[in-house]
Ligand binder design. Sequence first.
Ligand SMILES: [Zn+2]
Length: 297
Amino acid sequence: MPERLTKCPLCKSGHFLNHIEITDYAVSKSSFVLCRCSECQLVFTNPRPTSEEIGPYYDFPEYYSHQDQSKNLTQWIYQRVRNYSISKKVELIEQFVEEGKLLDYGCGTGEFLYEASINLWKVVGIEPNEKARIQANKKLGGKVIASIDDLKKDSLFDVITLFHVLEHIHDLRKTVKKILTHLKSGGYLIIAIPNHESWDGKHYGKFWAGWDVPRHLYHFNSKTMDRFKDEFDLNLTEIKPMVFDSFYVSLLSEKYKNPNSSIFSNYVQAVKNGLKSNQEANSPGNYSSNIYIFQKK
Ligand SMILES: [Zn+2]
C-alpha cells in the first residue's frame, strides 16, 4: 500500500495542496500526484510508494547511474560527461578541503570515490542498491556499506557529498540528521539536486525528465533550500551550477514529449534547449541542476 503523507517531509507543516500530476515515462507509465508545501515550497510525491515498494521502479535497463557499460549513443555520451564530471567533483571538494575524510552518500558504482581515493582522500561510500554496491566494492576494496546505520558511531568526515541523492531519500529529516552527526564541525555538506524551476523545467512542464517520479520523491527550489539550511542549522557557503545536466535532462524530456520523433531531431532540440537553459539561468541556483555547499556550524 502506498503511503500518504500528512505533513511536509521537510518543514512538517500540514498545509499543502495538490500541485501537478506526472507520469513515470521511464519505467511504469503510472501517474503520481505531487503536492506543494505552502510553507517551504517543497514539492513532494503524495501518496508515494513506501521504501519497501519502490525497488521495482528502479529496475530498468537504462538506469544509467548504476551501470558501468555503455550500450547506445545516449549512454556513451552520458558516460563521457560522467567521466568529466567525476574529475570536476574532486576539484570541487578540493576547493573547500584539500584532503581528508570523504563520505559519498548514494555512491552508485563508486567512480567518484575511486577518483577521490587516487587524490589521497580517505573514502567511505553508502549505497543501498546491492548490484551497484558490489561493483563499487570491487573498485574500492570494501569501503562501501549498505546503510548509514552500518557506520561506526564515532566516524567523522570532513566532507559529505550527495550527488542527485537527496531527492530519493524516504526518511528525509531523520536521514539528514544522521548524516550530520557524521560531519565534523566546520565540515562541508555538498548536495546536488535538480531544479524544477529552471528554464528547462518550465519549458518541458509535465514532460520534464527531472520529475522522474516516483524515484524522485521531492523537488526543491532556492526558497526550499533556504529552509533546509535553517531546519538543519547549517551555513550556506555557495551555490554552483551543473551545466551539463540541462542537456541530458533536455534529451530525455524530448523523448518523453515526442516519442515518435527521430533521434537526430531529439539531439538537436536537446542541444538547443540545454544551451538556452544555461543562458537563461544567469545566476547560481537557477540552473537545471545546482550544487549547494553547506558548512556545519
Ligand atoms: Zn514544507
